[in-house]
Design a protein around this ligand. Structure first.
Ligand code: CA
Length: 725
């Protein structure tokens, strides 16, 4: 690491972490956690996040809980003045909801009977956020809480003032249960909360155990089912520690998972958690003088390393097993869940394939298990098959992994079967799984708008891109020519919803006619969470074809420019938070707060206008992201919106996952160093970026001028110098 460290000027502000830099200091888990909009986050959102304290890709995470009502999917708001406890959560998004959650609150004295009264005033000024450590002072009980995560649990430490009644309340919500072991050392329980209203699959039950370092003296069950334990009197500054583990399998497995915190030294576990994060965050080193940009960058990088969550555990023989979210059985192998491919196929999974293919090998193995157990690939998992959003983008996720060289304990031929099954069938109950409307799509080449399928244009565009992915996968694994050609042909179906007269995507009737009442500003209907102005660009795999269809490069550039100049109007059926996000940003129709348009700026690259990409992408980075509690726009969505920033700050973006190519932009930092999975270093230089320089007309890779503004993943992973000049 020595040579690398010298290159990084941020060291000036970096505290030494052993002999390695500590990137976790730059991470702001509170970024994007102001959730005040209308009390439920619906009206406007700045990320729709909670401050998640976890191990990278851990088995759930931990968060302060600032709302009393457990059933609210918005359980945290940075602006709330009181805390109700520390919650174990597996919530990927408030729109999806939490499952298996429970929480604890250290207290003194007699606890209030009702959950809504058991809380403490607190201040962010006494709070420490770090991906691997959290602490807060709870004034009402004169106690400091600290927590550090392990993979399947955490260790909590409570430092009390002098008190006769140091205690803890543990709550597993409605229908959960909490009790005390005979030796009075362990609080055990389970939570059956599942407020994923779109979830399908096995009934979730999360078991947990909290082992204290001393026996409880008193125990009582509160009217709402929460358990209160208290301990022998303590002097000021005395500490009580609890090791915590959880399991989706059984109480015995939860107890087994306690091995992760066998080292009882709390501070050592904090170091271990930070080291685990630094191993991941240290894959990219950025050089710059602007601490806000460095904080934003590492916060975004951290957000790309939380979801999907581990569902797997290790049995007594150290074998990897998982509770199947679709059948409830205990099965061998890895499994991950808690991500929506509609969001994350775009930039998050390509980032995994670029930086952490080994991690995606486990996730891909999990996809095969999901196929074997449920007969389908997930499109939105939490933890079972969730009925949310559209498309069939599992095809993109599998294809990009395979073509990026992700290999592991899975069989690509089995995954091929899964992908083809999903591409040609609709799930009988879950409209987001497989392809809703496939019978129309395969027959007509588009989803008609008059057959009650909904989202007709959005579906057609996404299915066509997914077909292109399937064709690439087919070629790569040597499928027969007819199969390759079938999917290649279908990948051109985007043309069927592109109106050659209006030169924009328009909903089409069964008889072939385009919608007469078409309004490019109208959200929903033939689109989902957007309008034709956003979706027309979703031809990731055939941008050259789209340029031609729109009338050539000059006209294409004019149309791209126009997006930023059009008024932020929407002629939809009311203003949801996605609409409003766009309205307030003063960026015209560039609705970055939601996913469909996030790749759009990079399309200038296909029309000889790299300088426009560079200008706009820097503008979007500077305008839309801050390392502050209101620092994201829209829903962050499981790492996708963060991955956009990570890619863009490196000067590139994977417009078409599955292609192995990234479109170029403008780096945010003078120098970025990527430690690639091949053990090589990729150095990206952009002198002057830190002073605001954004136009770099010449880009070279290893000294050779790039003739097109694209770079190949495979080349970059072999290391070298990508210089923006
Ligand atoms: Ca979204």
């Amino acid at each position: 690491m020595g040579a690398k460290i010298v290159l990084v000027s941020v060291l000036a502000v970096m505290a030494a972490f052993g002999d390695r830099p500590d990137y976790t200091k730059f991470v702001r888990p509170e970024m994007g956690t102001v959730n005040t909009g209308g009390g439920n986050g619906c009206n406007i959102s700045t990320g729709n996040l909670f401050p998640m304290i976890a191990r990278p890709w851990g088995f759930g995470g931990w968060s302060p809980q600032s709302r009393a009502d457990y059933s609210s999917r918005w359980f945290y708001d940075y602006a709330d003045p009181r805390l109700y406890g520390i919650r174990q959560t597996r919530q990927p998004s408030p729109w999806i909801g939490d499952h298996g959650c429970w929480y604890f609150l250290p207290i003194t004295g007699k606890p209030a009977e009702q959950q809504k009264d058991r809380c403490s005033w607190y201040s962010h000024k006494t709070e420490t956020f770090n991906p691997g450590y959290y602490s807060v002072y709870l004034a009402d009980f004169n106690v400091k809480v600290e927590l550090t995560p392990v993979l399947h649990g955490a260790v909590a430490r409570f430092t009390y003032g002098e008190t006769k009644t140091p205690g803890v309340v543990v709550c597993a919500f409605k229908d959960g249960k909490v009790g005390l072991s005979d030796d009075k050392l362990r609080v055990t329980g389970f939570s059956v909360v599942n407020n994923n209203h779109r979830g399908h699959g096995a009934k979730v039950c999360q078991h947990f155990v909290m082992e204290f370092d001393r026996p409880a003296e008193n125990v009582s069950t509160l009217p709402d089912g929460a358990l209160h334990v208290s301990f022998a009197p303590v002097k000021r500054g005395d500490q009580i520690t609890a090791r915590i583990a959880s399991s989706l399998i059984s109480p015995e497995q939860a107890a087994l998972n306690l091995w992760e915190s066998e080292v009882e030294d709390f501070d050592m576990l904090v170091s271990d958690a930070k080291a685990a994060w630094n191993l991941q965050l240290g894959k990219i080193l950025v050089e710059g003088d602007d601490i806000d940009k460095i904080r934003t960058f590492y916060t975004c990088l951290y957000r790309t390393m939380l979801f999907p969550l581990a569902v797997w555990e290790q049995d007594a023989d150290n074998k990897v097993i998982h509770w199947s979210p679709t059948t409830g059985e205990i099965k061998p192998g890895y499994y991950y869940a808690g991500t929506g491919f509609w969001d994350t196929f775009r930039a998050l999974f390509p980032l995994l394939n670029f930086l952490s293919p080994g991690m995606n090998a486990w996730m891909t193995e999990g996809l095969q298990h999901c196929w074997e157990e449920s007969g389908w690939l997930p499109e939105w998992s939490s933890p079972g098959l969730s009925d949310c959003m559209l498309g069939n983008n599992s095809a993109s996720v599998v294809t990009d992994a395979w073509l990026s060289g992700v290999r592991g304990n899975f069989d690509i031929n089995e995954l091929w079967k899964a992908v083809v099954h999903g591409a040609n069938n609709a799930h009988p109950k879950i409209s987001a799984v497989g392809r809703k409307g496939v019978e129309f799509y395969n027959e007509k080449g588009y989803i008609p708008r008059d057959v009650k399928i909904g989202d007709s244009v959005a579906r057609t565009l996404e299915y066509a891109y997914d077909d292109w992915c399937i064709a690439q996968l087919a070629k790569s694994i040597g499928r027969p020519k007819e199969e390759v050609e079938l999917y290649e042909r279908r990948s051109q179906n985007w043309r069927n919803v592109f109106d050659p007269q209006r030169k924009i995507t328009v909903g089409r009737n069964s008889d072939g006619s385009f919608a007469k009442d078409f309004d490019p500003f109208k959200w929903e209907g033939d689109f989902r969470e957007g309008c034709a102005l956003h979706y027309t660009w979703c031809v990731f795999h055939d941008v050259a074809g789209l340029v031609e269809a729109m009338g050539g490069k000059k006209e294409f550039v004019r149309r791209l420019d126009e997006i930023f100049e059009l008024p932020p109007s929407h002629n939809g059926n009311g203003v949801s938070h996605e609409f409003r996000e766009m309205l307030v940003m003063d960026m015209g129709q560039y609705a970055h707060g939601n996913q469909p348009i996030q790749h759009m700026i990079y399309l200038y690259d296909w029309a000889d206008a790299l300088e426009k990409t560079q200008h706009r992408v820097r503008w979007a980075m500077e305008k839309l992201y801050r390392p502050t509690p209101d620092g994201y726009c829209g829903d962050e969505d499981n790492g996708q919106t963060s991955a956009w920033y990570v890619w863009s700050a490196m000067g590139m973006y994977p417009v078409c996952p599955g292609s192995g190519e990234y479109a170029l932009g403008a780096p945010l930092f003078d120098r970025v160093i990527v430690n690639t999975p091949a053990g090589k270093q990729l150095v990206i230089t952009a002198p002057g970026a830190k002073y605001g320089k954004e136009l770099f007309p010449v880009v070279k890779f290893n000294g050779e001028v790039l003739k097109r503004p694209f770079v190949k993943r495979a080349d970059l992973q072999q290391g070298g110098v990508l210089s923006f000049e």
